[in-house]
Ligand binder design. Structure first.
Ligand code: ATP
Ligand code: CA
Ligand code: CA
Length: 381
């Protein structure tokens, strides 16, 4: 099936950028300790700087292009990768085998760019300076939280870097974050939703977006509500997911974060998959810990759908909380102030973290609550 995006090959407008990103990450990661050392408090503030040019230096290999690269808290991210079961060699290979990135362009409104690693396991996102700053500020809290919550739905962060290079348009400074692709590269995602729990502007016009590959189209809250769709889970799994979600949302409230989404992918199982033997080796292994997490039962990180009676349905969900680095105090206060003149408050997405979290959580609870009756006759607008 088709994976969206443009392969970044020589001649592509982002080729030099991608090349530098990959080179920087490769050198930074290979400098980390093989076996994670116990973390000291200094490690959180550590920044390692590298200068690349064609001659190379005692600490950096020769590079086709000139650029500067900073690696933030390398040993902390080394630890995080090990918490998320990412093997150091695998990580290097996925990101750097060759310059095999796919540029997804800028799907959100923020102007961030996304790149997939060659094997689609990892995503590199360019982030805003304020997000970068906020992640550095909460890094210890994030680290401790994910360490204590192996079933967390929060997006997994693997590396934070800064790239500085000269371009025809002047000096370019990019903050980049490496994270997990929520969707496994081995399964087609038939439908994807980006859910915030607000309704203002949360609609994707499918007709207008026709040009995009149908299956890569990201739908939003209003599409979800309109479709009358639900997330069907067995009562036991639903309870576990919601318990974890509650904790995750509490964490985001504590760290003053808002504007995040639940990214939900729906995979309709094929006959082949349905008939596959139970103990078949999955072709893709999730970075989530299936032993300790009672939620993500499938080895590839998916959650099998079931009806209220616990009978399995031929659907697998992939879900996580993404875009979770927007610090309320930096710029959303202004947005709330201006936009509240035009909209009812509960439909605006820019509300303080506590309100945002509550609305988000309530929305997901409702999305996971099966409707009592098949209300096909209920009038809809
Ligand atoms: P905005 O701030 O306008 O919402 P953004 O530029 O911060 O957008 P995100 O919200 O992080 O971007 O992501 C935009 C879209 O990219 C998501 O709706 C989702 O479809 C896809 N995406 C983002 N992160 C991931 C991920 N980790 N795995 C898979 N898909 C992702
Ligand atoms: Ca977003
Ligand atoms: Ca964002």
């Amino acid at each position: 099936y088709v994976i969206p995006g443009q392969r970044v090959v020589e001649g592509h407008h982002s080729y030099v950028l991608a090349y530098n990103m990959i080179t920087g990450i490769r050198v930074a990661v290979s400098r980390c300790s093989q076996i994670p050392k116990p973390l000291t408090s200094n490690e959180y503030n550590q920044v390692s700087k590298m200068v690349f040019h064609w001659e190379g230096s005692s600490t950096t290999p020769s590079s086709k292009y000139e650029f500067k690269f900073k690696d933030y808290s390398p040993e902390v991210f080394r630890h995080l990768r090990s918490i998320f079961h990412i093997d150091q060699a695998d990580y290097l290979l996925s990101l750097t085998e060759k310059v095999a990135l796919t540029e997804l362009g800028s799907p959100g409104k923020s102007g961030s760019f996304f790149y997939y690693s060659g094997d689609y396991r990892f995503i590199i996102k360019t982030i805003h300076h304020s997000e970068h700053r906020h992640l550095r500020k909460i890094l210890k809290q994030y680290h401790d939280y994910v360490e204590q919550n192996p079933g967390t739905l929060l997006c997994q962060f693997y590396g934070l870097h800064r790239l500085k290079m000269h371009t025809s348009k002047g000096l370019l400074k990019l903050h980049i974050l490496v994270m997990n692709n929520i969707f496994p590269p081995t399964r087609e995602i038939n439908e994807r939703f980006d859910l915030k729990g607000s309704t203002s502007g949360r609609y994707t016009d499918i007709q207008k977006a026709e040009k995009q590959v149908r299956t890569s189209l990201c739908l939003k809250d209003l599409n979800f509500l309109k479709s009358n769709e639900k997330i069907h889970l067995s009562p036991q799994r639903r309870k576990a997911v919601l318990e974890q979600l509650r904790k995750d949302v509490d964490f985001l409230e504590r760290t003053n974060i808002m504007d995040y989404s639940l990214l939900l992918g729906v995979h309709n199982m094929t006959d082949e998959e349905l008939n596959a033997p139970e103990d078949q080796e999955p072709s893709f292994l999730s970075t989530r810990d299936p032993e300790t997490s009672k939620i993500f039962v499938l080895p590839d990180g998916g959650i099998r759908a079931a009806d209220a009676g616990g009978h399995e349905l031929p659907v697998i969900y992939y879900m996580a909380i993404i875009d979770c680095l927007t610090n309320y105090s930096t710029f959303k206060r202004l947005e709330t102030f201006f936009r509240s003149f035009k909209h009812k408050r509960n439909t605006i997405s820019a509300v303080p973290p506590f309100e945002y979290g509550k609305r988000f959580y309530d929305f997901v609870v409702a999305a996971m609550t099966p409707s009592k009756k098949k209300n096909k006759n209920v009038k809809q607008d």
